[in-house]
Write a protein that binds this ligand. Structure first.
Ligand code: MGD
Ligand code: MGD
Ligand code: MO
Length: 755
């Protein structure tokens, strides 16, 4: 498992991708049908890929090859089924012993199911009975705030809008979502600095950027179609500068399977022109280093032949807080920057010089920045950097948080948030004749804590896998099992169905790839990608079972069963999604004439105020934010562990046991370590260790049996996969402000496992 030399390593993509794709289709039993299904992914008339939120080239029908998109589609379109017979064969206690990989490999859920505590089996139940029972339990609560309604980011705009409407009509803002664990830090950071929580660039900007800076992101695995944009940019000479503790293969070299030259031996395009392996959590310091160099050069009248360092006109006209930032940077020590970032002054000056030589720069980032204690302040250093040279609101430049789930951004736009703004609630009140609750609801961490205290008694999930995706596994599982009732709208069997409340239900639903026929005929849904493009998605496969309901229909029937009286015609919405879109058009800014506009191929752009240099902030300007460099207080024997995704997984969905680009095959319980850290601890390759984390209060948590893989990672840093390591993250360890669990910053010590 040791690493190959740079030259002998194949590029990301290439034949390896083609082979992996074919294998997935065979494993899921869909070789013939698979091909037709795949050709419909991301097509004007087809469905939106349930993989990532990276946008598609506008108005084209070219098929962009994406290995991990294929896996996501194949996994949903599988011919395997989890039937009542399957549940009759296995008790829930038995299934709990199985791996996440086993559970989801069993196939698509086919029937609504209810847990029977006497037999410890899930048993089939009619939809009528299921809704009656959940409705009765919701109505029996002391207050609506005793229920929490989770959403994962695959839910369509239509289902999400209806869901939040139901939850608010029911009377709570307890709408935790996967975003709380994901890009919440980005939304909060950007709102304060730019006055919008969303990225400011579109896909076209990638064709015009002179440089692209990538922080804490692994697109080769998680946003493979982004590599097509990066490859194009690299080929036309744009600089690509990556900051990542490890050398991710997709950011080094990419071979596009559609290009015969790339598929020749040794073929492929170099992606990153500069690669900086900084320390985990070192980005805030590194960004300050870049900016300090710039301030120094500006003070000195330029750098080399470049006299244009800061865009003083832009700073004067559009920003607030520059003087404080400049003062802070002048007074920050290079030694402190080097220590905290793990990069040298020279390296940081080099990055700054690439930045200043470019007239148009995009900065992208993902979980490597958002899941840290100082995530919000770190992301604000990115906007500082962009603002210093007016890289905002002009072609080829701007901020690009790369979202995860395919509609996580759309769900927020539709009102899935525990902190709705009052103006949105006013519109709901006016348009739907209801009194939405005005107090803030519970986020993901808040929901776990409230369940543990017994304050939340019903947990309902629209998609996702809450038990496995959240931190502090043992604590969270106990919290979930204290609930009076847990219910999950799902396509696949997962751990959350097995860690259940007193009463438990599984509500199987249609997936993106499937035909959704309602009273008014075949329905399309819509989604919003990471760059604010909204477009339609319609499936064409026959449903996995005749018993599946669509997500909007599930919400409608839940509303009918739970609300004492409601003037909303829920079934009318679920029978014809155009009716939902009409109401979205009335209620949410940017969606006027929604039904007409999504019928245009490629959909429409929602726009972005900061992208138009309009600053909807408290100061009316774009804000510079000054933040101190966090100092690490870890003891000598402690390492900082980041939890990352392997190439063969989609969050808690484990497709297979390989992580091809990192050279790991056939297993997931591995820990990547620097050789010096191994030597210092007397550890060697292939040994098994247990990981221990100790929280602020001295409580320890452990995750057992991880095999050591020596790796090119900075000293003091380590990496392992999630969700196996989630149990190490204390529930109360989260980012300041955004409360995103610190999944990329877990202090751990290692102990040899017992054999
Ligand atoms: N195939 C596939 N696609 C996916 C997903 C999936 O699981 N599988 N998940 C989807 C979701 S929900 C999301 S949010 C995205 C996630 O997409 P990513 O954010 O790319 O996912 P991670 O694996 O968490 O990778 C984080 C990257 O940040 C780096 N990193 C960790 N800590 C630091 C740090 O302190 N500083 C810097 N600079 N880098 C750091 C890691 O080395 C790694 O390369 O992908 C989405 N797309
Ligand atoms: N340690 C650690 N923890 C993390 C992270 C990390 O990097 N490290 N990343 C975090 C991030 S970024 C995220 S977004 C969360 C993800 O958290 P979630 O979104 O809750 O988890 P997923 O694994 O994406 O959910 C998978 C389940 O979704 C269901 N599903 C799939 N498609 C559909 C559909 O169309 N409809 C419905 N109703 N259900 C469907 C299937 O039943 C499947 O089992 O995890 C977070 N947790
Ligand atoms: Mo995510």
């Amino acid at each position: 498992m040791s690493q190959k030399s740079e030259k002998s390593k194949p590029a990301a993509g290439g034949w390896g991708s083609v082979k992996a794709t074919a294998e997935q289709l065979v494993q899921q039993g869909i070789p013939a049908k698979g091909a037709a299904t795949l050709l419909n992914a991301n097509q004007p008339e087809g469905f939106d890929c349930p993989g990532c939120a990276w946008p598609d080239p506008k108005h084209t029908s070219s098929f962009e090859f994406c290995e991990n998109g294929v896996k996501a589609v194949a996994w949903e379109a599988t011919s395997r089924r989890v039937t009542p017979e399957f549940f009759a064969k296995h008790t829930v206690s038995e299934l709990r012993q199985k791996t996440d990989h086993f559970l989801e490999s069993q196939g698509r859920l086919t029937h609504p199911m209810r847990y029977n505590p006497e037999t410890d089996h899930y048993e089939p139940v009619t939809w009528d009975r299921l809704f009656d029972e959940i409705g009765a339990a919701l109505r029996a609560l002391g207050t609506p705030d005793q229920a929490a309604f989770y959403t994962s980011g695959r839910t369509s705009n239509e289902a999400a809008f209806l869901y939040q409407l139901f939850v608010r009509a029911f009377g709570t803002n307890n709408l935790p979502d996967c975003s709380n664990m994901c890009h919440e830090s980005s939304g909060l950071a950007l709102k304060e600095t730019l006055g919008t929580g969303k990225g400011t660039v579109t896909l076209d900007d990638f064709d015009e950027a002179d440089a692209i800076f990538i922080f804490g992101q692994n697109p080769g695995t998680n946003h493979p179609r982004m590599l097509t944009s990066l490859r194009k940019a690299a080929k036309r000479g744009a600089r690509i500068v990556t900051f990542n503790p490890i050398r991710e293969r997709g950011l080094e070299k990419f071979a596009n399977p559609k290009d015969p030259r790339d598929m020749m031996p040794g073929g492929g395009t170099t992606i990153s022109s500069h690669y900086f392996q900084l320390r985990i959590g070192g980005d805030l310091a590194a960004l300050k280093g870049l900016m300090k160099a710039m301030i120094e050069w500006d003070d000195a009248g330029g750098h080399g032949a470049n006299a244009y360092i800061l865009d003083h006109d832009f700073i004067r006209d559009h920003t607030d807080g520059f003087a404080a930032l400049a003062y802070d940077l002048r007074n920050t020590d290079w030694a402190q920057i080097e220590r905290a970032s793990g990069l040298s002054e020279e390296q940081l000056r080099e990055a700054a010089s690439v930045y200043c030589d470019a007239s148009r720069v995009i900065c992208t980032w993902a979980m490597g920045l958002t899941q840290h204690t100082h995530a919000v302040a770190t992301i604000q250093q990115i906007t500082n950097l962009l603002l210093l040279r007016g890289n905002m609101g002009k072609p080829g430049a701007g901020a690009c948080p790369v979202r995860g789930h395919s509609n996580v951004q759309g769900d927020r736009t539709m009102g899935i948030t525990e902190k709705p703004d009052q103006e949105f609630l006013n519109r709901l009140a006016q348009n739907f004749d209801l009194m939405p609750p005005r107090t803030e609801g519970l986020d993901t961490v808040g929901t776990i804590e409230a369940m543990a205290r017994g304050d939340v008694k019903i947990f309902f999930a629209m998609g996702g896998n809450f038990a496995a995706a959240t931190p502090d596994t043992a604590y969270t599982e106990e919290a979930l099992s204290k609930c009076r009732l847990t219910a999950h709208v799902s396509t696949k069997l997962n751990r959350s169905h097995l860690v259940h409340g007193e009463k438990a239900y599984i509500l199987p639903c249609l997936g993106r790839t499937e035909l959704d026929v309602q009273a008014a005929g075949a329905q399309a849904v819509t989604v919003e990608d990471s760059m604010s493009m909204v477009h339609a998605s319609s499936g064409s496969n026959p449903p996995a079972s005749e018993h599946l309901l669509s997500e909007p229909m599930i919400v409608a029937r839940l509303a009918l069963a739970s609300l004492e009286k409601s003037t909303i015609d829920w079934l009318d919405f679920a029978n014809n999604y155009d009716r939902i879109r009409d109401r979205i058009a009335d209620t949410i800014e940017g969606f006027a004439a929604f039904n007409q506009r999504i019928r245009e191929p490629g959909g429409f752009y929602l726009g972005n105020s900061a992208g138009a240099r309009e600053w909807k902030t408290a100061t009316g300007k774009a804000n510079f934010v000054t933040a101190p460099i966090p100092e690490s207080r870890l003891s000598q024997d402690t390492l900082t562990l980041m939890t990352v995704r392997a190439h063969d997984q989609y969050n808690t969905t484990v497709y297979g046991l390989n992580d091809r680009y990192r050279g790991v095959f056939g297993q997931r319980r591995v820990i990547f370590l620097n050789k010096k850290d191994m030597t210092a601890r007397g550890l060697s390759e292939g040994q098994w260790v247990d990981l221990h984390s100790t929280d602020q209060k001295g409580q320890t948590r452990q995750a057992k049996r991880f095999k050591i893989v020596p790796y090119d990672i900075p000293e003091g840093c380590a990496a392992a996969y999630f969700p196996e390591t989630n149990g190490l993250v204390p529930v109360d360890s989260y980012a300041i402000g955004s409360r995103t669990p610190t999944s990329k910053n877990i202090p751990v010590t290692l102990l040899l496992s017992e054999t």
